[in-house]
Ligand binder design. Structure first.
Ligand code: SF4
Ligand code: SF4
Length: 378
């Protein structure tokens, strides 16, 4: 099975290289052709910059501009870049749109929808988007035609006046939830993404947010902890959230080392409290965004300690056979390979530089992997 998928990947990249001609070179140089997936899958950038101006956003501190523009690759170049990325396997690698920008900004929406359509058509990756936009009929229809099981995360951190302070240019959370309700009715798989959890705001408002989300047909929630930079602390203070800043500073495990250093605040108590509210109201609390993607697609994953997630009947039947097929197609000789029901252990003599075999196995087979190179665990 994995060998068939790998062959499909190679066929697609050959076909696109031929179609693109000299334009293939830009795609080959693009980071999408090399990026190593994060736990949520391979992140796909639909634009550069964002003008929603959320005060808790770390994107400006990463050097991205406030004025958005579409990502420079055209849709087929993007698919080609992904098809030559060693960690992208048709139907297996999770794809996440919207990690460093809002995909449906008016400046980037057309490109974002075209990317989703072409990635779905060529590579059939399980697609997921996180958004603060209002899902209108055009977006809903387009997502459904890109992937019938598209996983949509509606990001909300606060409602009412607090949301106006925190997300000055984004559509109101109430409108976002209205749009989510429309999407649910039309068959999209929508999950509430309660993030970032801003202490003294999100934890206080969570119950009300959940009630509205439930009334719109949402049944699952993912919680996300706040990460701060010095700039975020300054911006929160500037909008008058002094008590919130005091609480955030109290929860910092360490000071940020420089202006772009993101520090995750201590928030497990908040998550615990919010999770129990969610469960009391009947929401299922998922451990991470990838879990929502797996669930939406009726798949199974046990690649990390937060899982397993999804439908067990979709688990791979023969992990060892698939793993040996995978190693064969990527040209890695192994000494031994064994799956004990929890971990796939692979012993090799050597690994080429830049090959993250552990990540590749986790992405391709969705099981935890231990890689031993000459007896050394890497
Ligand atoms: S929508 Fe996302 S990328 Fe844009 S400012 Fe808000 S948090 Fe940042
Ligand atoms: S086990 Fe669940 S949380 Fe972990 S990587 Fe898989 S889908 Fe994500």
């Amino acid at each position: 099975m994995i060998a068939d998928l790998w062959e499909k990947k190679v066929t697609i990249s050959n076909e696109l290289r031929r179609l693109l001609g000299p334009k293939a070179r830009d795609a080959e140089r693009d980071p999408h052709s090399k990026r190593v997936p994060r736990p949520c899958g391979i992140t796909i950038h639909t634009g550069i910059g964002c003008n929603f101006g959320c005060v808790y956003c770390y994107v400006p501190d990463m050097g991205f501009p406030m004025k958005p523009r579409p990502y420079p690759l055209d849709p087929l170049q993007l698919v080609y870049a992904l098809s030559i990325n060693p960690y992208v396997i048709p139907r297996r690698t999770l794809a996440a749109f919207g990690s460093v920008t809002e995909p449906f900004l008016k400046e980037t929406k057309e490109r974002a929808l075209a990317y989703m359509r072409e990635v779905g058509r060529w590579l059939e990756l399980p697609l997921q988007v996180s958004t603060k936009s209002v899902l209108d009929d055009e977006i809903i229809e387009s997502l459904l035609s890109s992937d019938r099981d598209f996983s949509v995360l509606i990001s909300i951190s606060a409602i009412g006046n607090e949301a106006e302070k925190l997300e000055p240019n984004a559509p109101s959370p109430e409108e976002r939830l209205e749009g989510a309700g429309r999407a649910v009715k039309k068959g999209l798989k929508v999950t509430l993404f309660l993030r970032p959890i801003i202490p003294r705001i999100t934890d206080v408002q969570a119950e009300r947010i959940f009630e509205i989300a439930i009334s719109k047909g949402i049944r699952e929630v993912v919680l996300g902890t706040l990460r701060v930079t010095p700039g975020i602390i300054r911006r929160l203070r500037a909008v008058g959230l002094k008590d919130v800043v005091l609480e955030i500073v109290r929860r910092l495990p360490r000071s940020p080392r420089n202006n772009s250093d993101q520090v995750t605040i201590r928030g497990s108590d908040l998550k615990k409290k919010i999770s129990s509210t969610a469960r009391r109201l009947g929401l299922k609390v998922l451990p991470a965004s990838c879990s929502a993607n797996i669930l939406a697609h009726g798949e199974w994953c046990e690649a990390c300690n937060m899982g397993p997630c999804g439908s067990r009947e979709r688990a791979l039947r023969d992990v060892e056979r698939e793993a040996s097929e995978l190693l064969e197609v990527i040209g890695i000789k192994f000494k031994d390979l064994a799956y004990d029901g929890r971990f796939l252990s692979v012993k090799v003599r050597e690994l080429p530089k830049n090959v993250h075999l552990k990540t590749l196995i986790e992405v391709a087979l969705r099981v935890k992997a231990k890689i031993l190179v000459n007896g050394k665990n890497i």
